[in-house]
Design a protein around this ligand. Structure first.
Ligand SMILES: [Zn+2]
Length: 315
């Protein structure tokens, strides 16, 4: 298993492991779908790898790595919740477990979606986070860093994941054996977020949703605007694709307004994009992008769906 992307963060960890100079607690932050949990596991595996030769960690063949891949490495624990909260009991179990010294090497704990910890759970974790046993490392992941208690934030080193390049997305798709023939442009719609790219590639209704969204944007007829509002109201699962397509058109229109027409995502719709860019000012388009970003963020906080539809279909 090799991790694709985030080379800067991985190199920092590899260097830190080699010199045994790493801090004891980290938080991996970044948008949902960007690969935080996978990266946390990859780093954990590297931390537990017992190979000391001159290879990139994790080696993948030592006993610790093999055990890790089979989910039986006793020095690795994941704390997570499929429901709303990570509760204090789960943190107490972590504290009990962390006190038990491993036979050799390190122990690594990953707390997934750390923002799910209740305030009590976060408070319970504080002391351990500040001063865990020397052999222990704790890695938190969250797409909502600001919602963690300040006292938690001040005790962990933050590593923010960057969007992937198109090339990295291609490699990720290849690794998952996805045929990209004729679909490569879909990768550009994902803003470098692998989770979104994979979701768009897997969506069999992608073409239909894209066409409906483009019709809404390019057709000046007011009835098509109303129609699209109703279409989205009835098709909640079309919303994410629609947002990605809208954003890509807005960004394309901005490029046109800056005379950078070569980098268009929707190059197959160039004529429409040119017309759209002529009809809208740069300020107008920038406002549309920030409106869309606000809706995207609020949707994560359970914004009312119809309200979201009404906002993004505002003319
Ligand atoms: Zn290894």
């Amino acid at each position: 298993m090799d991790y694709i992307g985030q080379t800067e963060i991985i190199n920092e960890f590899r260097k830190g492991i080699k010199h045994d100079s790493l801090s004891h607690a980290f938080v991996l932050t970044g948008e949902r779908g960007i690969g935080k949990k996978t990266l946390a596991r990859f780093i954990a595996k590297a931390l537990l790898c017992t190979e000391n030769g001159d290879v990139n960690l994790p080696c993948g063949y030592c006993r610790a790595c093999k055990g890790f891949d089979e989910n039986v490495n006793p020095n690795f624990k994941v704390i997570r919740s499929d429901t709303k909260n990570i509760v204090i009991k789960q943190i107490r179990d972590l504290i009990d477990d962390i006190g038990v010294r491993p036979l050799k090497g390190r122990k690594v704990y990953v707390i997934e979606d750390a923002e799910k910890m209740t305030v009590q759970a976060q408070n319970c974790l504080l002391k351990t986070l500040e001063e865990p046993p020397v052999y222990a490392k704790i890695i938190l992941t969250t797409s909502n860093y600001e919602s963690l208690l300040l006292t938690i934030r001040s005790r962990v080193i933050r590593k923010n994941l960057k969007p992937c390049t198109i090339n990295e997305l291609k490699l990720i798709a290849q690794k998952k054996e996805i045929d990209l023939t004729g679909k490569e442009y879909i990768l550009s719609l994902s803003r470098g977020i692998p989770g979104i790219a994979l979701q768009l590639l897997a969506d069999k209704d992608f073409e239909e949703i894209r066409n409906e969204t483009l019709k809404f944007l390019f057709d000046v007829n007011i009835s098509s605007k109303l129609y699209f509002n109703q279409y989205l109201s009835k098709n909640k699962n079309a919303f994410d694709v629609c947002l990605s397509v809208m954003e890509s058109v807005y960004r394309d229109a901005l490029l046109v307004r800056c005379s950078l027409e070569d980098g268009l995502i929707n190059s197959d719709k160039k004529d429409n994009i040119l017309k759209y860019a002529n009809m809208h000012s740069t300020i107008d388009i920038t406002e549309k992008i920030s409106r869309l970003e606000k809706v995207r963020n609020n949707m994560m906080r359970n914004m009312n769906y119809q309200l979201a539809v009404d906002i993004i279909t505002m003319v």
